[in-house]
Ligand binder design. Structure first.
Ligand SMILES: O=C(O)[C@H]1O[C@H](OP(=O)(O)OP(=O)(O)OC[C@H]2O[C@@H](n3ccc(=O)[nH]c3=O)[C@H](O)[C@@H]2O)[C@H](O)[C@@H](O)[C@@H]1O
Length: 403
């Protein structure tokens, strides 16, 4: 029968092969010759383990300290300064996605007219973050602080509202791009759903509750074929996961308006373009490729129909964002409880004049003075819609947008 020592130590040749000339006790005794020595060893081991653990926690807390780009007295002071208003009745606005294309323009416009702005951005690498850093520097030069952090960071969100009684939130942080949703669907859920809910949870508990204006999208019209698109048209047929997350955002914000009395305005932007734009968008990537002599792929719809977009210039969008903030009305809740009904609105913000994609390429060729190498392909089933066209009479009526 195998002895206990045989069971404990494998019989195969290897590291733990036992010297059968000695019993286990003897081996044990070689290390721990007496109980007192054993006690000292045990103490030593305990001390070693304890110091290792405290070292680990020191390293961990150190990492937290060094990797977190927020926190500390100096940081808090910067936040408060950045949020300060510079005109009577000015707003204190938290702008999420402030290092993004639309976020940076809106932040600058708010600051310019004397509102206080604190930016938030997670600087993700959907496109080159150095462009986002450059926009952050631009904002910094105008005394706007852009905090590096994620919407889903509950502690950071709570901290920002502890420090500043924001009157408004301009929520522009999102995972953008229609076709990228097929490559990385979870990033849309992370930002456009989970991040939105974290933001709304923070706003609902804030005292006072801010009014919220946020970026929905023209893509919510999906397969709607009634043109121009009006806010009364159906939005229950999204063609992409991106569109579905934006449509979900409209439903989620409605819930928070209904239960907690948050004043909420959703803006359906129509393919926004302009300086400091997004490199993933067609006007930008076409320009880059044309200049580099590379072939550009132009999608075409059914029956060889050209695709068209209601391309909208950034300055018009900024006007619409500021108009929405100015007319947002007030949230009514406090302490997470609704005290009365609050406004809930959705607006189209578009140019109202769709341009065919090949016409966009013609315009680029003219201004770049370079002929594009075009490859025309059938629109792949990747979430694109054939055309967009905004009716903006509602926005015009409410705040005279864009005109
Ligand atoms: O209106 C909106 O809400 C959306 O507008 C844009 O989405 P999209 O209109 O697809 O803008 P682009 O990616 O710049 O594409 C513009 C047009 O060029 C076409 N295209 C794009 C890329 C390409 O290689 N070839 C091509 O023909 C597209 O099919 C589309 O018709 C933004 O990327 C979205 O984030 C935004 O939400």
């Amino acid at each position: 029968m195998p002895s206990l020592e045989d069971e404990l130590f494998p019989s195969t040749p290897g590291k733990f092969k036992i010297d059968r000339g000695h019993n286990i006790n003897r081996q044990f005794h070689r290390c721990f010759a007496s109980t007192s020595t054993m006690f000292i060893w045990a103490l030593f081991l305990i001390a070693l383990t304890a110091s290792y653990l405290s070292f680990q926690s020191f390293v961990d807390s150190g990492n937290r300290y060094f990797t977190a780009s927020w926190g500390g007295i100096q940081w808090e002071k910067q936040i408060r300064n950045s949020a300060k208003t510079n005109r009577p009745g000015g707003m204190s606005v938290l702008v999420t996605g402030a290092a993004g294309f639309i976020g940076s323009h809106v932040s600058l416009a708010l600051k310019k007219r004397g509102d206080g702005v604190v930016g938030l951005d997670n600087f993700n690498n959907y496109y080159d973050p150095s462009l986002k850093k450059a926009r952050q520097s631009l904002l910094h030069s105008q005394a706007i602080l852009v905090v590096e952090g994620d919407l889903n960071d509950v502690k950071l969100m709570a901290k920002l509202f502890d420090l500043v009684a924001f009157t408004h939130v301009m929520h522009l942080a999102a995972q953008a791009g229609v076709r990228y949703a097929m490559e990385n669907p979870s990033s849309y859920v992370h930002s456009n759903i989970a991040g939105l809910v974290t933001l709304l949870e923070t706003c609902k508990s804030a005292n006072p509750q801010p009014a919220i204006v946020w970026a929905s999208s023209s893509s919510v019209y999906g397969l709607n074929d009634k043109v121009p698109f009006s806010e009364l048209d159906r939005t229950d047929q999204p063609a992409s996961l991106y569109a579905a997350t934006k449509k979900a955002g409209e439903e989620i914000t409605h819930t928070y308006n209904h239960i907690y009395g948050l004043a909420i305005t959703g803006l359906r932007f129509f393919t926004v373009y302009g300086p400091w734009g997004r490199p993933d968008m067609a006007y930008f990537s076409f320009t880059r490729n044309i200049l580099q002599g590379k072939t550009i792929t132009i999608y075409r719809g059914k029956n060889k129909a050209d695709l068209a977009r209601d391309f909208t210039y950034i300055d018009d969008i900024v006007k619409g964002c500021l108009g929405s903030l100015d007319t947002s009305g007030r949230s009514t809740g406090s302490g997470g409880k609704k005290r009365g009904p609050a406004p809930y609105r959705n607006f189209n913000l578009g140019n109202t004049t769709p341009v065919k994609v090949p016409t966009l390429v013609n315009i680029l060729e003219k201004h770049l003075r370079v002929k594009a190498k075009r490859k025309i392909v059938e629109m792949p089933g990747n979430g694109d819609v054939p055309y967009t066209h905004a009716n903006i009479s509602l926005a015009r009526r409410e705040f005279g947008a864009l005109a």
